[in-house]
Design a protein around this ligand. Structure first.
Ligand SMILES: [Zn+2]
Length: 227
């Protein structure tokens, strides 16, 4: 996923940074700049991320806060909420109707971009029975999402020995998303964080009676509800 990110990917990423899960907040000192964080999340160069951020700023969708953190303008928030909601409904169209796997759905939904009008999206949602979540666990209703954020934590932030249920999967990194499905780390799965070895970037989790090792990046993208 080194290329081909749409403007919607960027909006989604900034939306995610604006409404983060758990205690995670942009820090004031020594934190990477917004462009670096967006670039890192999307696996693109810092230059491409910086360019896209400028474009979003010029369009009045994003502004920089006191500490240069991501702030969506009211217009930006409205656009972002529409974009993420639409993305989640299209992902369900792809999995529920078109037979794509959940692992494939995110990339395929990106390919469709804004093919559908807002009215078509509403009809698709109704035809699918108004699904509540995307295949990766993200609520279609952004108010529900933002309220639920307070209950969730990235697995990487937990103490060893904590049991939790996987609620959402980070989906901006295609490789890691596929890994989650290959390893059975899917929404609704109960896991226990067994061991954390930060030196060797190794998080050991137990699920379904088995132990798996995850990188910190993979552990940071599993949003769980501690039991
Ligand atoms: Zn999704």
């Amino acid at each position: 996923m080194a290329q081909g990110h749409s403007i919607e990917d960027y909006i989604e990423t900034i939306y995610f940074l604006a409404f983060p899960v758990g205690e995670y907040r942009p820090t004031t000192k020594g934190s990477p700049t917004l462009a670096v964080r967006v670039a890192d999340m999307l696996g693109v160069s810092r230059a491409s991320a910086g360019e896209m951020l400028k474009r979003l700023e010029n369009d009045g969708l994003v502004e920089r806060g006191e500490h240069r953190e991501a702030i969506l303008t009211p217009k930006g928030r409205e656009v972002a909420e529409r974009v993420v909601r639409r993305h989640r409904i299209i992902e369900r169209l792809l999995t529920d109707f078109m037979g794509y796997t959940a692992a494939e759905a995110h990339e395929q939904a990106d390919l469709l971009g804004d093919t559908f009008t807002d009215e078509m999206i509403e009809r698709i949602s109704a035809q699918l029975g108004n699904p509540e979540r995307c295949p990766h666990g993200w609520p279609v209703d952004t108010d529900v999402e933002q309220a639920e954020n307070r209950e969730l934590e990235p697995l990487a932030d937990l103490e060893p020995g904590t049991r939790a249920e996987i609620v959402r999967l980070a989906e901006h990194d295609g490789e890691i998303l596929h890994l989650y499905y290959d390893e059975g780390l899917v929404p609704g799965t109960r896991i226990e964080l067994r061991m954390v070895e930060r030196d060797s970037d190794r998080f050991t989790v137990r699920l379904n009676g088995d132990e798996r090792a995850l990188s910190e990046k993979a552990a940071a993208g599993l949003f769980v509800r501690p039991a």
